[in-house]
Design a protein around this ligand. Structure first.
Ligand code: PEP
Ligand code: MG
Length: 321
């Protein structure tokens, strides 16, 4: 079944009215990247660079990193590749960056914050990303995980620009970043919503705990409102700067076809997911227009629970049944 779905994606995401919704892939390795390109992904919306570091107890050299990134970029010549800098900590500890004695790792020194305790690693990673970008023909966008303030976004932009990386952004994974998206986007070019963490932090519910699965759903109206707020901030920043500030989603939410419709209705521009989900999402998007997506998004946002939001939207999407 997965193979049939892959085969039926023609490499272009769009709504029934022609509005384009680029569909990108989440990847971690060269093999992932080649499979995603084969499946028709329009680019990479999330390169999880931790995968290039897993199993290492010391920092890879700039040359090693450059080679690992270039292998991935090579699969997407002429296409967009969004590279996330190291997201170590919490569920992804790395021996050379993570203090495993923290009492609350999810609220600890993780993602971009490791630059405060282990300076230099981020700068060397950016240097390697820039070198790999120069070697290949991919359009490389670079973003930082676990951002909470516009000041952090500005500092990341400064570090990345100093290495010659021209398109910079941050992930929106904290309520703080969602609420200040406009200010963040005065400093960087794009944001990407990490709905896995944004859900965990909005709902105060550990994403690793099965007992909290219902709270930990990206269908939670509170999470959808965070996304709506982020998109509104991006529109305001776009209007003020005269440049379009892209809002992507790269969490698991983007792979749920009914939720993908809602995300587009909330103002999300691009969706990134594992390659095997591309065809199913594309098929549903192609059956709704912008006005329907907006109407379904409004229904989901005003529901009283994740279950109600999901059931209401699914009932109104006959294409799913
Ligand atoms: C997310 O938080 O939604 C995300 C894409 O990052 P990760 O799942 O790697 O934390
Ligand atoms: Mg995350």
């Amino acid at each position: 079944r997965a193979a049939a779905q892959l085969a039926s994606f023609d490499g272009r995401g769009a709504l029934a009215d022609g509005t384009e919704v680029p569909l990108l892939a989440n990847v971690g390795t060269g093999d992932d990247a080649r499979a995603a390109a084969e499946a028709g992904a329009e680019g990479v919306g999330l390169l999880r660079t931790e995968f290039c570091f897993l199993g290492r107890d010391s920092e890879p050299t700039v040359a090693e990193q450059t080679q690992a990134y270039a292998e991935i970029f090579a699969a997407f010549e002429g296409k967009k590749v969004v590279v996330r800098t190291l997201d170590a900590g919490a569920d992804k500890p790395l021996p050379f960056l993570t203090d495993t004695t923290e009492p609350n790792p999810a609220l600890g020194v993780r993602g971009y914050r490791t630059d405060w305790t282990t300076p230099g690693v981020l700068q060397r990673q950016l240097e390697a990303i820039a070198a790999a970008a120069r070697e290949t023909g991919a359009h490389v966008w670079v973003m930082a995980p676990m951002i909470a303030t516009a000041e952090e976004a500005a500092r990341f932009h400064e570090l990345a620009s100093a290495e010659g990386l021209q398109v910079t952004g941050v992930m929106v994974e904290t309520p703080a970043a969602a609420i200040t998206a406009e200010q963040i986007l005065e400093r960087v070019d794009f944001v990407s919503l990490g709905t896995n963490d944004l859900t965990q932090y909005t709902m105060a519910a550990d994403r690793m705990l099965g007992a909290l699965a219902e709270l930990n759903s990206p269908w939670q109206p509170a999470v959808l409102r965070m996304i709506e707020r982020t998109a509104a901030g991006a529109r305001a920043a776009s209007d003020a700067s005269g440049e379009h500030k892209n809002v992507g989603v790269c969490g698991e939410a983007a792979a749920d076809p009914a939720l993908a419709v809602v995300l587009v209705g909330l103002g999300v521009d691009t969706l990134s997911m594992s390659a095997r989900s591309l065809a199913a999402v594309a098929a549903v998007l192609a059956r709704v227009d912008t006005a329907q997506a907006e109407r379904l998004a409004a229904l989901a946002v005003s529901a009283t629970s994740a279950r109600e939001a999901k059931e209401t939207v699914r009932a109104q999407l006959p294409v799913l049944h």
